[in-house]
Write a protein that binds this ligand. Structure first.
Ligand SMILES: NC(=O)c1ccc[n+]([C@@H]2O[C@H](COP(=O)([O-])OP(=O)(O)OC[C@H]3O[C@@H](n4cnc5c(N)ncnc54)[C@H](O)[C@@H]3O)[C@@H](O)[C@H]2O)c1
Length: 254
């Protein structure tokens, strides 16, 4: 694992940190010495991840938040600043979808729900974090999009793909708007990633078949994305701004 000593003591807020890619991100940032706010709607699971980090001697705190609610997000960012004295890095990892429906089949309520979680939630977190990020000497926004926001494939939700494409473009606007304040904003687009949740939904044969279509012949692991996040948060990436970084083993190339 690459070491970024400059991350020691930086305040990193991570949404979706109760499980999956976000939980791995919380752990790896904490092991770099960052002070980590774990933001998630899942109280029991999120507190468990934060407690485990604290038990290992890391500085971590769980803050229950519904990222789709403006008042919840405002309270969440206020708690981060109060607990840690500021905010340096915001990682927006919370997202996803549960129903695979065509546009023709999709009730508008389902569309709104998926967009609220993936796009509105990311917008609210970014918007609310801008004031404390402006006070940081190395402000960073890292938004997790998806390969579904980069290309169209049958095994995804149109609402999710559209929302993730929105996340990528929102990130470019953030890069444009916040660059003059020394804040960078970049997005990462993962391919199917073997989190415990995703792995449980697929047989080894299905994983093998999916891997065959990827030049690197394997699905992603959460750490593949977290390595990109650590680098984007580090001083090494201080001139990287507005990028849509594909972490997909070369499955789609632009
Ligand atoms: N895992 C993959 O294969 C994959 C592929 C491409 C993109 N992504 C993206 O990467 C990110 C992480 O994916 P994952 O598979 O690790 O996610 P996950 O489903 O395992 O975890 C998502 C987390 O978000 C939290 N969450 C859900 N709704 C919330 C809300 N309203 N407010 C706050 N928290 C909320 C959940 O409680 C959960 O802890 C997501 O944005 C996802 O869209 C994942």
């Amino acid at each position: 694992m690459a070491q970024y000593p400059e991350l020691n003591g930086r305040v990193v807020a991570i949404t979706g940190a109760a499980q999956g890619i976000g939980a791995v991100a919380a752990r790896e940032f904490a092991l770099q010495g960052a002070h980590v706010a774990l933001i998630d709607i899942a109280e029991v699971e999120g507190a468990k991840v934060a407690d485990a980090l604290t038990a290992e001697g890391c500085r971590a705190r769980f803050i229950r938040t519904d990222i789709a609610s403006e008042s919840s997000v405002q309270s969440s960012i206020a708690q981060v600043v109060e607990a840690f004295g500021g905010l340096d890095v915001l990682v927006n990892c919370a997202g996803g979808y549960t129903k695979m429906l065509t546009i023709e089949e999709m009730p508008v309520e389902e569309f709104d729900k998926v967009v609220a979680l993936n796009l509105r939630g990311t917008f609210l977190m970014c918007k609310t974090a801008i004031a404390p990020l402006k006070r940081s000497k190395a402000g960073r926004i890292i938004n997790i999009a998806s390969i579904s926001g980069r290309t169209v494939h049958a095994t995804s939700s149109p609402a999710y793909g559209a929302a993730k494409a929105g996340v990528i473009q929102l990130t470019r606007f953030l890069a444009w708007e916040l660059g003059p304040h020394g804040i960078t904003a970049n997005s990462i687009s993962p391919i199917t990633t073997l989190t415990p949740r995703v792995a449980a939904l697929r047989t080894p044969e299905q994983v093998e078949a999916m891997s065959a279509s990827i030049p690197l012949r394997r699905l992603a692991e959460p750490i593949d994305h977290v390595n990109a996040m650590l680098w984007l948060a580090s001083d090494a990436a201080s001139y990287v701004n507005g990028v849509a970084l594909d972490v997909n083993g070369g499955r789609v190339m632009f």
